[in-house]
Ligand binder design. Structure first.
Ligand SMILES: NC(=O)c1ccc[n+]([C@@H]2O[C@H](COP(=O)([O-])OP(=O)(O)OC[C@H]3O[C@@H](n4cnc5c(N)ncnc54)[C@H](OP(=O)(O)O)[C@@H]3O)[C@@H](O)[C@H]2O)c1
Length: 250
């Protein structure tokens, strides 16, 4: 039985991953701000423990890590999954959206990483998992805040992997395409190849168990994004520009 801590586990991918790992018999510590949703999970599964938390609250993160250390002594897997997505509609570009997005999607994960490393180091098969996004592979319209935060996170993950190369801690960066969750339910555009959160969780659980350095899915979708990104920049911009909604109304 592994001790696995998942942030953003009250809904969507985090919740589905928690259920998947609980069904496999692991102890899963679930965090998010909404206590009632976490409670529903703990009522259902014996080895599920709710640790309600706002990941941007450094004092709360520190207290949660202390509690985990006291109660379990280590963390086998940390899955930094909590994230938010807000789109930008030019000509408005509110800097507070960028600050909010980076606080949750990037800075909180830096903080979490520093505090969790000593507990991960006590595991005999530790995994440090960052849930980034396929959005970081291709710059798409309206995603200035979201995809920039995820590009920063993916890069951070690779640098962490370089620094942890001489330790047993394996870093895994996850790049999901579109997944059916409350985050994408509010999107008003087409989401090709969208998969269920259960399918996403299954792919992630298998990949993390195998110690994969990156987990990209759906593969065809990611392949298409990478292909477009590899085109000469003028052609790439022409293709992507076709889906821009902004008509220059400043
Ligand atoms: N769905 C997709 O298509 C997709 C694609 C690529 C990447 N992703 C990434 O996958 C991750 C999960 O997304 P999802 O689609 O499952 O979204 P979701 O259903 O909206 O789940 C987001 C989770 O993060 C939690 N959260 C948000 N802000 C938080 C905070 N400040 N402190 C603690 N928890 C917080 C939410 O719970 P509370 O609101 O209760 O705090 C919720 O549990 C995100 O990092 C997202 O960027 C999703």
């Amino acid at each position: 039985m592994k001790t696995i801590w998942i942030t953003g586990a009250s809904t969507g991918i985090g919740e589905a991953l928690a259920r998947n790992l609980l069904k496999q018999g692991h102890r899963v510590l679930v965090s998010a701000r909404t206590q009632e949703k976490l409670q529903a999970l703990t009522n259902e599964y014996e080895h599920c423990i709710a640790l309600p938390l706002d990941v941007t609250d450094e004092a709360a993160v520190a207290a949660t890590i202390d509690k985990i250390e006291q109660d379990y002594g280590l963390i086998d897997w940390l899955v930094a999954n909590a994230g938010i997505c807000e789109y930008i509609d030019l000509p408005s570009m509110p800097v507070d959206v960028f600050r909010r997005t980076f606080e949750v999607n990037f800075f909180s994960i830096v903080d979490l990483t520093e505090r969790a490393l000593p507990l991960l180091n006590k595991s005999n098969a530790p995994r440090l998992v960052y849930v980034s996004s396929s959005a970081q592979f291709l710059p798409l319209p309206r995603a200035q805040a979201y995809s920039s935060s995820k590009a920063a996170l993916s890069h951070f993950g690779e640098v962490m992997a370089a620094d942890l190369a001489n330790t047993p801690i394996k870093v895994c960066t996850v790049h999901p395409g579109f997944v059916e969750t409350p985050l994408t339910d509010k999107n008003d555009f087409q989401m090709p190849m969208r998969i269920t959160a259960e399918k996403a969780a299954d792919i992630m659980a298998k990949g993390i168990t195998k110690g994969r350095p990156v987990i990209n899915f759906p593969r065809l979708f990611i392949g298409i994004l990478k292909l477009i990104n590899a085109l000469p920049i003028r052609i790439r911009r022409k293709i992507i520009g076709k889906i821009s909604r902004f008509q220059g109304d400043f």
